[in-house]
Design a protein around this ligand. Sequence first.
Ligand SMILES: [Zn+2]
Ligand SMILES: [Zn+2]
Length: 261
Amino acid sequence: MQLRKSGYRFQKVSHIFISHLHGDHYFGLIGLLNTLHLLGRSQPLYLYGIQPLIQLINIQLELSRTTLAYPLVFHPFETEKTSIILDDVEITVATIPLNHRVPTCGFLIREKAEKRKILKDFLRNVKVPFEFFEKIKDGEDYTDSEGKVYPNHLITNDPPLARSYAYCTDTAYHEPVIPLIKNCDLLYHEATFMEDKAKDAHAKFHSTAREAATIALKAGAKKLVIGHFSARYKEVDSLLEEARQVFPNTVLGQDGMTIQV
Ligand SMILES: [Zn+2]
Ligand SMILES: [Zn+2]
């Protein structure tokens, strides 16, 4: 339903990451898988979660006698230590072990660093044989056939910085997360409660808004999005205020919002 509302094309969904097996994080999955099936999807769908997730999905498919029209490729992960679970052309995805009532991992999505960019003006003025392109992009100087040296920093630009997004929910305040998400561009961190309910937060292995902000601050994140608010809060501006006292560049996570990184 949220995908429909957002106008995002269903067929663009290729990878799904499930942090843990509490219902608010995956009960909608079987419906989505079935909708994609009914829409006639043929492309594989890659699903990441802890091993029991696929048992839950399979039993639902079996008992409803559903044979998916597309391959569902399942990648189980461990929740004890971090590992890279996806290594694509452009990005990697690593797990972030969290501290919750059931085995839980967040995810760090990191862009791969691009190579240096050769200046167009340079290529226009100097005939560079094609085989040198990759070396120049890797940072080497260029020497032409007459021995003239063009230092790399004068003929290339820095590549755009590789961006990263860390998704940390559900979890109690958990400092081992900090080195794993160091300097991330964007951090989503749960903030189920405020400090006045810190006791409840700890008992239920959730975080307060202040704790979420403290993780962002200690990790050197550039921006923080908080979410997963308890239904007890009729308005959530006070959670935002509490987080901003520790980490000013905080915003409230809202369904369907887009954030430029
Ligand atoms: Zn949970
Ligand atoms: Zn939850």
